[in-house]
Design a protein around this ligand. Structure first.
Ligand SMILES: *Cc1c(COP(=O)(O)O)cnc(C)c1O
Length: 492
């Protein structure tokens, strides 16, 4: 067959929506110009279609979002901010960034927004520096009666630098579900700040606000940071605000994981961070279901410093990704996104309940958000083995440390299961119960793997073949009924 039309022409005419034609034609073109790249991209789609995506931080964004990213907007430099650029010819980037900001502001009712961060990690770095600049550097400049750091002598600049790097950041320990950008030793955040951590309660697995308060009082951090990558409950931001005010800290919230639940009206009142936090960061590609990237929302006080994300941390923004962000934010403002967000949590709760009914140890006894954390050690497995076992049943999930994990961060004792992607496919609580059964079947019916050195592998285990066949058939059936991008049909 003519390679040029391999993907498009093999798609039945009835399925050829405009989006499908655009996507398939682009693969056909790439197949001709760069066959190995085209084939790999298409294979990634096949992989994502064959496995149940239960990684809590992943999702599937719309074809509109995908298409907005793949074009010449990427060719433009636009350092600076809207209508204040260091490059000529930024009219369309201004228009795109303005539109993305507009939708984001409306979506979260934020005072100020910034859509340039390339990732969640970059958003956090910019936010950290914005707080340091606003609260430490500007006061120091005022004290020295200087307008800018450019006016400082070498000695004054050095003493300012010492002052800046000796501030305290207090966040959730990574072992309790915090993110590595929240002060983990191997992340720059622990070099930028003296990092102090609060942990979840060893008995309940929940945040203990009295303990956080006590620690904050003793440490007096510059920044009190709330947010998580592996915590299955809501955070009371009104209480966190009280604590921050009491100790004179700036309250920063990293809602990378649960931004979609805030946008979709699941986390409201005291559980919506926007009104309580001085500065909020997020990714755009997790529950928010946009392109891979980051955002910052803040009070007016921090807006000037936040807008200097470039040159502070980043170089030029990614205009093609800002275009895709604008589309995703507009999508999230639709009523259907509210339904989607509520459904994510309903699904996670159904999944947790069924796992518990089947005898699993679910941390904190359930979930309020999009993720379920399972302690797999009672099944005689490490988290790494559980991850390996599920993959054999065509389920992709990731291992995770559990609080006070005896197996450390590599092998771990936990499994993190998320529902955002499956909910995007249209699955509901009935499907979640079937999936819980599949998960438990895989984890219960394993045989150990012996390594070359004769020891039992702590990384791998084999699921018995009868279980593998049964689970694979169930997964295939679920995915057949809930296909990813149904309008794109690709023949191998
Ligand atoms: C995922 C995540 C990030 C980092 O996002 P990247 O886009 O991968 O840099 C930051 N903070 C939290 C809490 C996260 O879960």
């Amino acid at each position: 067959m003519d390679q040029l039309s391999r993907y498009l022409e093999t798609t039945p005419p009835a399925l050829r929506s405009k989006a499908a034609i655009a996507m398939l034609a682009s693969f056909d073109y790439l197949l001709e110009t760069h066959p190995s790249i085209a084939t790999t991209i298409v294979r990634e789609l096949q992989d994502q279609r064959r496995f149940l995506k239960m990684i809590a931080s992943e999702n599937y964004c719309s074809l509109a979002v995908q298409l907005a990213m793949g074009n010449w907007m990427t060719d433009k430099y636009a350092e600076g901010s809207v209508h204040h650029r260091f490059y000529a010819g930024c009219d369309q980037v201004d228009a795109i960034e303005e539109e993305a900001c507009h939708h984001l502001k409306e979506l979260f009712h934020a005072e100020h927004v910034y859509v340039q961060p390339h990732s969640g990690a970059d958003a956090n770095l910019i936010a950290y520096w914005a707080i340091l600049t606003t609260r430490i550097q500007s006061r120091e400049l005022e004290r020295l009666s200087k307008k800018s750091v450019d006016e400082l002598t070498t000695e004054e600049f050095e003493s300012l630098r010492q002052l800046l790097v000796n501030q305290k950041l207090m966040g959730l320990a990574m072992s309790s579900g915090g993110h590595l950008t929240h002060g983990y030793r191997h992340n720059i955040s622990s070099k930028l700040f003296k990092a102090i951590f609060y942990e979840v309660d060893p008995q309940t697995g929940l945040l203990n606000y009295d303990q956080i308060w006590k620690k904050a009082k003793a440490e007096k951090p510059l920044i009190l940071l709330a947010g998580y990558s592996a915590y299955p409950r809501k955070i009371n931001f009104a209480t966190m605000r009280q604590i921050a005010e009491d100790v004179g800290a700036t309250l920063m919230v990293d809602m990378a994981h649960f931004a979609g639940l805030v946008a979709g009206g699941v986390f409201t009142g005291e559980f919506n961070p926007i009104a309580y936090a001085d500065i909020v960061t997020s990714t755009t590609h997790k529950t928010l279901r946009g392109p891979r990237g980051g955002i910052i929302l803040c009070k007016q006080e921090f807006s000037e410093a936040v807008n200097k994300g470039c040159p502070l941390v980043q170089g030029g923004p990614l205009p093609h990704v800002m275009a895709a962000k604008a589309i995703a934010f507009e999508e999230a403002r639709q009523p259907s996104f509210q339904t989607y967000a509520h459904r994510i949590v309903e699904n996670a709760q159904a999944l947790a309940q069924e796992l518990i009914r089947l005898g699993c140890t679910v941390l904190t006894g359930g979930t309020d958000n999009h993720m379920v954390l399972v302690n797999v050690s009672s099944l005689g497995l490490t988290g790494k083995q559980a991850e390996h076992a599920l993959r054999q049943g065509m389920i992709t999930a990731n291992r995770n440390t559990i609080p006070f994990d005896p197996n450390g961060p590599w092998y771990t004792s936990g499994l993190r299961l998320g529902t955002p992607a499956l909910t995007t496919l249209g699955m509901g609580p009935d499907e979640m119960r079937v999936i819980a059964g599949c998960v438990v079947d895989c984890l219960r019916n394993t045989v150990p793997v012996t390594t070359v050195s004769g020891t039992i592998s702590r990384s791998q285990c084999l699921v018995q073949s009868a279980t593998v066949s049964a689970v694979q058939a169930k997964v295939a059936e679920l995915l057949h009924r809930h296909p990813l991008y149904p309008e794109i049909e690709i023949k191998e």
